[in-house]
Ligand binder design. Structure first.
Ligand SMILES: Cc1cc2nc3c(=O)[nH]c(=O)nc-3n(C[C@H](O)[C@H](O)[C@H](O)COP(=O)(O)OP(=O)(O)OC[C@H]3O[C@@H](n4cnc5c(N)ncnc54)[C@H](O)[C@@H]3O)c2cc1C
Length: 420
């Protein structure tokens, strides 16, 4: 009889973990609080697979830049000041990590994880057998200013030093790549290793595949507590049929931004802040982008998703507040207008704003590994801005751990207990 693994959370990390566990013959149950099983953040993000993003969020210069942005209501970053010990500790952890030594340690790991995940995406797309819009056209880092392009050109040199295929393009070369959209840019860096796919379509296809493979889903069911009795994990769940206790041989904690509370029931401190981001998806835009792009100075992303164009960005650290901040959405619209001057404002205004919470750790690295003192609990969260990109490799690493295999990537820097 196959061993039973219980996965908390039907986000991109949870579904990939379920898929990899099922491939290894485990009996798998996914427990998801949302009644529709619809993990919002994993469905509505920008869908970019990012080997180019090897610099962690906590990096030199980020704090100074963030403080400047705090004063601008339309800026892409904001921390809502509030009296919270958890936020203060998280901020302190971020400050301590934002240095060159941390970046030098973390960058090779983030790159290896993202490259492995991109390869795994290609296999997954073939396995799923449906069109999820996988587009291996790379990522354009579009620069509106000379200064922006100079900085990105330095980044491209660093990327080439790490083995990536990154080239600097002038404005004419960018326009030749993107004939369907008017661009107001001085140039771009094109990282050809990146790719994009439609996150909603991918999540739906993966879910359908898991259903076919016999993975059980308990939607509308919340996990409220965990206990590891050395060999058997007991899980308190509350759903439509009331509260009960489930048992599993292994538990995967893939609850995204909400994972911290459950970790506490195991005595594990997992500092996480929900980093709220917004996106606007235009149906049949009159301007057609072909390659996923970062609007560099605006810190926004634009992704072509079939007949649609998704523009998103902003990192608001303001707790689990689902309200949309109009000035931040206005900031995204204005950014789009600057880079894509012929994109009608009415098309942006006609797109309903969406928001999601990114699970952000203080050092910009995911938590991936066994919970200290609870070897049957595998933590897989904290992927912040690159959770969609890292979903497949995270799922694979989780399954390797649960199956007792040697992890294919050294997980030391991702240890869930690294903050004590
Ligand atoms: C605007 C925006 C753009 C982005 N663009 C990109 C991009 O281009 N590329 C990229 O790689 N990443 C991107 N991201 C980040 C990415 O979306 C996230 O990192 C990723 O979706 C996180 O996935 P997850 O599975 O960890 O968490 P989630 O998707 O949040 O899933 C966790 C699930 O766990 C469930 N859950 C939590 N607690 C419990 C519980 N106690 N019991 C039961 N269920 C529970 C939740 O309901 C949720 O459905 C973007 C994010 C935003 C906001």
């Amino acid at each position: 009889m196959a061993r039973h693994a219980l996965v908390v959370g039907a986000g991109v990390v949870g579904l990939n973990a379920a898929h990899e566990l099922r491939r290894r013959g485990f009996d798998v149950t996914v427990v998801e609080r949302d009644p529709a099983g619809h993990a919002a953040t994993s469905h509505g993000n920008a869908g970019i697979v990012v080997p180019s993003h090897f610099v962690p969020l906590a990096a030199p210069g980020v704090v100074t830049q963030a403080l400047r942005w705090m004063l601008d209501p339309m800026s892409p970053f904001y921390v809502r000041p509030r009296a919270s010990l958890e936020l203060a500790r998280w901020g302190w952890g971020f400050l301590r990590s934002a240095n060159a030594a941390h970046v030098a340690r973390a960058a090779p790991l983030l790159l290896a994880l993202n490259l492995a995940s991109r390869r795994r995406y290609e296999e997954l797309v073939a396995e799923l057998g449906v069109d999820v819009g996988f587009t291996p056209r790379g990522l354009l880092l579009l620069c509106h200013t000379d200064r922006g392009l100079e900085e990105e050109a330095r980044g491209a040199a660093a990327a080439r030093g790490m083995g990536l295929d990154a080239v600097v393009l002038d404005a004419a070369e960018v326009r030749a790549l993107e004939p369907g959209i008017e661009l107001d840019v001085v140039g771009a860096v094109h990282v050809r290793d990146d790719a994009h796919l439609d996150p909603g379509a991918t999540m739906r296809a993966l879910r359908a595949r898991l259903d076919r493979d016999g993975v059980r889903f308990r939607n509308g069911t919340e996990v409220t507590g965990l206990r590891d009795h050395g060999g058997v994990v007991e899980v308190d769940v509350v759903g439509a049929e009331g509260a009960r206790v489930e048992a599993a041989d292994a538990l995967v904690l893939a609850g995204g931004s909400w994972s911290g509370a459950l970790a506490r029931s195991l005595g594990l401190r997992l500092p996480l802040q929900p980093g709220k981001g917004y996106a606007l998806t235009i149906e049949r835009p009159s301007q057609r982008l072909r390659t996923a792009a970062i609007l560099v100075e605006a810190r926004a992303a634009a992704t072509p998703l079939g007949d649609r164009l998704r523009i998103g960005g902003t990192m608001e650290i303001a707790g689990f507040d689902p309200r949309l901040t109009p000035s931040r959405i206005e900031g995204i619209k204005r950014a789009a207008g600057r880079y894509f001057p012929r994109l009608p404002r009415a098309e942006l205004d006609g797109a309903a704003p969406w928001m999601g919470f990114r699970p952000v750790s203080p050092d910009g690295l995911p938590y991936l590994g066994r919970a200290p003192r609870h070897p049957n609990v595998i933590v897989a969260t904290g992927h912040a801005m690159m959770g969609f990109s890292l979903g497949p490799i995270s799922g694979q690493l989780v399954a390797e751990l649960v199956a007792g295999e040697r992890p294919s990537v050294d997980l030391t820097l991702l240890a869930p207990g690294r903050f004590g």
